[in-house]
Design a binder for this molecule. Structure first.
Ligand code: UDX
Length: 449
């Protein structure tokens, strides 16, 4: 049976490795970080991801997954090696390939028989060729293939996205490596698409940037809705009924964050530029998104007459989206920094991201693990992540705790009609805020008798 090594135990690497183990492959997981490897061997996950810990532990007990810092051992004892290391943005916006190149050099050093080397990390078009050219210099002239196999998992649903992927893209240039990849993925009941390596690399960027564009598009529509009195929630519903458009990724809000969208939008701009093409849309997406992140802050400033000095602001939700503890690119960072700059006191709630948020804000803000404690004595509530605990908070109970009945909902996620009925001043994104009568998006019973 094919044995697998996964190099890099970040989000993609760890989830991929655990899912291969779940599919009964023997998987060796490698990371340079000894502490991470020790923790993983003891069932301590470096990230919060629904179902990951349990699946990892059960496969560790079944001896299907191993964790080591010994990359030589992993390379020598496996057939297919997945590279899943980070490719962060350089100052220039380009993806930093140094970790990929470092791993490729190590594989070249320790290769002992035919291997399929698979790029799982999101890498610019042309990276398969770079890895190939490194591998070609291996001293014993051992045969190998390099494949591009991008990952499309979403944080929060990563396990399901991997085990039940909508598509598996395999970019390769030899029948032998295609056969290996098909044998691995025959255990996954997903649509498989075999293309050239360059095409696979481009599919990944084109997909992520398109989704970022879709979110940005609806955010711009939301901004126009605010100026015209239309309701973006209903607009998105109306658009989504057209199956060519689909309603997914049409939730207007405070802008996208995360580890992928911001980095990939930037990287595709640099990639295009490097081949003499200006990808204007991708640049616009980033500019609009950065502005969008400030929307709740701007709304608050307007209501508070530009004076936040000494005001207590409850920020509900810190992670860039629900279901994760990831703070990378989270709108909460830029908003909280602005609030602090203006002299406000910030009380922040998140069910999972507090540990990571503490690394960013330290003792500059108060952290709470309970919504109602957070909103006590608040002059305003700002919602930044649509966790269920926030979406379905008891607004009546909240009334007895807050100082001001002001809610700025950066995710349009709470029951705005109820909030207004209860007397809150409710401000969403792209929805009319002036009065209850203006909100058409909720089921308003109409009696035609
Ligand atoms: C994304 C891609 O979806 C995934 O395929 C890729 O492998 C990694 O990058 P992820 O970053 O986990 O996944 O998050 P995703 O669920 O795509 O959301 C990205 C951002 O867009 C979040 O900040 C989210 O809040 C925002 N978003 C998403 C919206 O604002 N509105 C929407 O309708 C959808």
């Amino acid at each position: 049976m094919i044995s697998i090594a996964v190099i890099g135990t970040g989000y993609v690497g760890l989830v991929t490795a655990v899912c291969f183990a779940e599919k009964d492959f023997k998987v060796i997981c490698v990371d340079k970080d000894k502490c991470k490897i020790d923790n993983l061997s003891n069932g301590i996950m470096p990230i919060y991801e629904n179902g990951l810990k349990e699946m990892c532990e059960s496969n560790y007990q079944r001896k299907k997954i191993f964790f080591t810092t010994d990359i030589k051992y992993a390379i020598e004892n496996t057939d297919v090696i997945f590279i899943a290391v980070g490719t962060p943005s350089l100052n220039s916006g380009e993806a930093d390939l140094s970790q990929v190149i470092e791993v490729a050099n190590e594989i070249k050093e320790y290769i002992n028989n035919y291997k399929v080397i698979v790029n799982k990390s999101t890498v610019p078009v042309g990276t398969q060729k770079i890895v190939k050219s490194i591998m070609k210099t291996n001293k014993n002239n051992i045969n190998f293939d390099v494949v591009s196999n991008p990952e499309f998992l979403k944080e929060g649903t990563a396990i399901n996205d991997t085990l039940n992927a909508e598509r598996i893209v395999i970019g390769c240039d030899s029948y032998k490596s295609e056969e290996y990849m098909r044998r691995i993925y025959e255990r996954f009941d997903s649509e498989k698409l075999v293309v050239s390596a360059e095409t696979a690399e481009m599919i990944k960027y084109a997909s992520n940037v398109f989704l970022a564009l879709k979110v940005t598009y609806i955010n711009e529509i939301a901004n126009i809705c605010e100026l015209t009195g239309a309701n973006v929630i209903d607009v998105a519903k109306g658009m989504g009924l057209d199956s060519r458009i689909s309603g997914k990724f049409l939730n207007a809000g405070v802008g996208f964050g995360g580890a992928c969208f911001p980095k990939d939008v930037l990287a595709i701009y640099s990639l295009a530029k490097s081949v003499g093409y200006e990808f204007k849309l991708s640049k616009a997406v980033l500019e609009v998104n950065e502005k969008q992140k400030l929307k709740p802050y701007e709304k608050l400033m307007e209501v508070m007459n530009n004076n936040l000095k000494g005001k207590t602001i409850a920020v509900l939700g810190l992670a860039f989206k629900p279901g994760t503890d990831d703070m990378r690119g989270a709108p909460s960072i830029i908003i909280i920094n602005k609030l602090l700059e203006k002299g406000a006191k910030v009380k922040a709630y998140d069910p999972e991201a507090i540990k990571n948020a503490k690394k960013i804000f330290g003792s500059r803000i108060g952290f709470y693990t309970e919504v109602y404690e957070t909103i006590k004595y608040a002059d305003a509530i700002i919602i930044l992540t649509e966790w269920n605990e926030i979406k379905f908070m008891n607004l009546e109970e909240a009334l007895t705790l807050v100082k001001n009945k002001l809610i700025i909902d950066g995710r349009n996620c709470i029951d705005s009609v109820n909030a207004m009925k209860l007397g809150y001043y409710y401000l969403g994104i792209g929805v009319p805020d002036s009065s209850y009568d203006n909100i058409l998006s909720k089921e308003v019973a109409v009696d035609y008798d």
